[in-house]
Design a protein around this ligand. Structure first.
Ligand code: NOJ
Length: 738
């Protein structure tokens, strides 16, 4: 991050200022910097007089709070910052964190959807815009990007990450950090990013939320770690640890993760925040005997800031005074936190994010909506298009639009919408009507959920009420085309939302089959935050469009794709299984000793009795309204440790389109053995009909090597194959040896 001369001197000035400040601080004030509270009272009302809010308010005034989360909006941030700056002894400003996960007020596609674009520039811009908007609302720190690789569609939080692959995940992680932080953290349009959840959370056992994680060194070093390392390379200033245990040690109490890997091997000089209450949760984990010991273990392990468990503020001073915890650990944590505050420029101007006129100019403005629409279109994946049912004509069609989600203006916003207005997304109904002269009639078909929508409450899915079926079937009977918008509600994925049945929830599958019996001309538009099991739909429905949860401009993006104003180019960042029993299923698995059927009917090979080994849709898969051909895969040049390959890609259809050209490498023999193939390069190219482009990939030590079981990076000589194509089953190949 700091590599020019002026940056170096800036850094030493920051460090000097931090050190000077530290000498003036009492032990309690230093611990105060390590204490973070969630918004504990309505700041526009009177100051709290009783209960825990009153205690926390006193602590704030006494300089015992270093950061707040969930306080947002210039007016609120300003009031709290004023207390920190004007009423505490040293006037140290607060840092304000917020979950800006897919936009702030203007909502962008959920991160898994953005990952489907494979468009790193667009992803970086999306994070940059989120930072612009959030910073205008007083926020200077986001708890993003989440870079947890996950292979388990049951886990609700896959919506929040970059998918199943460490290579794609690393590129996206890098782009997101750059987008949030820019090149200058003191610029008021940028905010500090936070790589989370360090580490292993995405491998939560059986996809069940907050469950334990048990992984071996190969998965840890080659799959889980690379995206985190990429955020370091991008200069990320904070990390968040995880709720989960990794191999028996809660991540929050893990010295191995936080001190050895992050702070020693990776030289990270920013700070680590715990996850919400995760310090005291080490007691429930059966790791610490009480909250005091949890505080000790967490600080020793390198957790610098306590999010909301109060364990530090209540115990650390005693632990230091009784000689159990070395004060140097407190100094180190406080120094890291203060350094980031200095870098943000908060000591020079604590109110720099508190400009009301900037807030009113930026929040929800048209530029942000235009960018969100662009990102949304790029995130859509065309899964099936039999007989070129899509794109639809813009005139003369009677379209039946069916499904509760088609007329929903909240669900498309997705899960992390703390600052967005409910009911503010463009629905598919609105989008389809405004982009054509067709006659679009809506019928709900079946209510997806019943009862109120609350972020922290279980969503009730309708499994009994079919009273809306009849009207939808009647409409379908007289229509030329039926567009059905089905899938998960935005609050069915995200934290605390694991599922074991990952088909269409509620009565939607039954509705789909009933409509199909009447009119087979169906375009199925999916809204979901995770891969779904779609076997029946894939077999019967002629056109399927994966539209995830696309944010504020959802309906416009979907309409533009259905009408062909935008030619879809997304590719799946996660494998779609045929059955939940296949999960975890991913393309870069390791071969067993018996990978192939020896002779018909034999049982002694790696397979299921009742399901195929292959997924329904593989990683990297996605169609276009045009087609692409690959040929002439060649080795251009080679050294001892690198190789350059090239391939010709031609648009063989009649429409201009974009293709994600993907390169996979197989290392035939390695110790430890490596996956059957790994993504090692990709390029998004645009081709006119008939146009051919030559795409080159350079494979260096970085792409051809891997981490061994000691965590050392190694490049081994041997036989390799390179595969190039439009998804992870690509079979155009060439061999080389190193
Ligand atoms: C818990 C989540 O795990 C984390 O990702 C989030 O940033 C915090 N809550 C704060 O909301």
């Amino acid at each position: 991050m700091f590599n020019s001369c002026s940056s170096k001197s800036k850094l030493s000035t920051v460090n000097e200022r931090v050190d000077t400040l530290l000498t003036q601080m009492t032990l309690e004030e230093k611990i105060g910097q390590m204490n973070q509270y969630s918004s504990f009272w309505d700041v526009t009302g009177p100051a709290p007089k009783e209960g825990s809010a009153a205690v926390q308010f006193e602590q704030l005034k006494n300089g015992l709070v270093g950061s707040m989360l969930n306080v947002h909006g210039v007016e609120n941030v300003y009031k709290l910052q004023k207390i920190a700056v004007e009423e505490t002894r040293l006037g140290i400003p607060l840092i304000f964190g917020f979950d800006v996960i897919h936009g702030y007020k203007t909502i962008t596609p959920i991160p898994l959807a953005e990952a489907a674009s494979w468009d790193l520039e667009a992803i970086e811009l999306s994070a940059k815009n989120a930072a612009l908007e959030a910073s205008a609302a007083g926020i200077n720190w986001t708890f993003a990007p989440m870079v947890d690789v996950s292979r388990d569609a049951r886990w609700g939080r896959v919506m929040e990450g970059g998918g199943e692959d460490p290579y794609l995940g690393s590129k996206i992680a890098f782009a997101r950090v750059k987008g949030f932080q820019g090149d200058d953290l003191s610029n008021p349009s940028t905010i500090a990013a936070c790589a989370k959840h360090f580490a292993g959370y995405g491998f939560t056992e059986s996809g069940k939320e907050y469950n334990s994680v048990d992984v071996g060194t190969q998965t840890l070093y080659n799959v889980i770690m690379p995206p985190f390392k990429a955020t370091i390379d991008a200069g990320v200033r904070t990390f968040m640890n995880s709720f989960s245990q990794l191999n028996g040690v809660p991540a929050t109490g893990s010295k191995f993760l936080q001190r050895d890997i992050l702070k020693r091997d990776w030289n990270f000089d920013g700070f680590v925040v715990s996850d919400w209450g995760s310090i005291e949760e080490m007691v429930e984990h059966g790791y610490a005997k009480d909250e005091k010991e949890a505080a000790q273990l967490a600080v020793e392990a390198g957790s610098d800031m306590d999010m909301q468990s109060l364990s530090y503020v209540e115990n650390l001073a005693d632990l230091v005074k009784s000689g159990i915890v070395d004060e140097k650990l407190i100094d180190d944590a406080a120094r890291r936190i203060l350094r980031v505050k200095f870098e943000l420029g908060l000591f020079d101007d604590p109110y720099k994010y508190c400009d009301l006129s900037r807030e009113s100019k930026i929040l929800g403005n048209q530029n942000l909506h235009n960018a969100s629409l662009d990102m949304a279109k790029k995130s859509i994946v065309l899964l099936k298009n039999q007989n070129q049912l899509l794109p639809l004509k813009k005139q003369g069609l009677n379209i039946a639009l069916i499904g509760d989600l088609a007329n929903d203006k909240t669900s498309p916003l997705g899960n992390w919408i703390l600052a967005a207005e409910k009911n503010s997304a463009v629905s598919v109904l609105e989008g389809l009507k405004s982009y054509s002269g067709n006659n679009v009639e809506f019928s709900v078909g079946t209510k997806l959920n019943t009862g109120a929508l609350e972020f922290a409450k279980e969503l009730k899915i309708n499994t009994t009420d079919k009273s809306d079926f009849a009207a939808a079937l009647k409409l379908a009977r007289t229509s030329d085309v039926v567009v059905m918008v089905l899938g998960e509600h935005g609050l069915q994925s995200g934290e605390g939302r694991s599922r074991t049945n990952i088909g269409l929830p509620g009565l939607q599958q039954e509705l789909l089959e009933a409509v199909y019996n009447i009119n087979k001309n169906i375009v199925l538009v999916l809204n979901n935050g995770r891969p779904l099991v779609l076997n029946w739909a894939n077999k019967h429905i002629p056109a399927i469009v994966e539209a995830w949860q696309l944010g504020s401009q959802s309906g416009n993006a979907i309409a533009q794709v259905l009408y062909g104003d935008y030619n879809p180019s997304g590719k799946l960042p996660m494998t779609f299984p045929r059955s939940v029993g296949q999960v975890p299923i991913y393309y870069n698995y390791k071969s067993t000793g018996r990978p192939t059927l020896p002779s018909p009917g034999e049982v002694f090979w790696t397979h299921y009795q009742d399901e195929e080994n292959t997924p329904l849709y593989p990683f990297g898969y996605g169609l276009s309204y045009t087609t692409f051909g690959y040929k002439n895969l060649k080795i251009q040049s080679q050294t001892d440790t690198s190789i350059k390959v090239s391939v010709e890609v031609t648009n063989t259809g009649n429409l201009e389109g974009k293709e994600v050209v993907q390169l996979y490498v197989k290392d035939h023999f390695a110790r430890p053995a490596q996956a059957v193939r790994n993504l090692k390069g990709f390029e998004l190219i645009n081709l006119k009909p008939g146009e051919t482009k030559t795409v080159q990939f350079l494979l260096t030590e970085k792409e051809l090597g891997f981490y061994n079981n000691n965590g050392d990076f190694t490049l081994q000589s041997g036989e390799f194959s390179a595969f190039v194509g439009g998804d992870s089953t690509a079979d155009l190949s060439t061999n080389f040896s190193l």
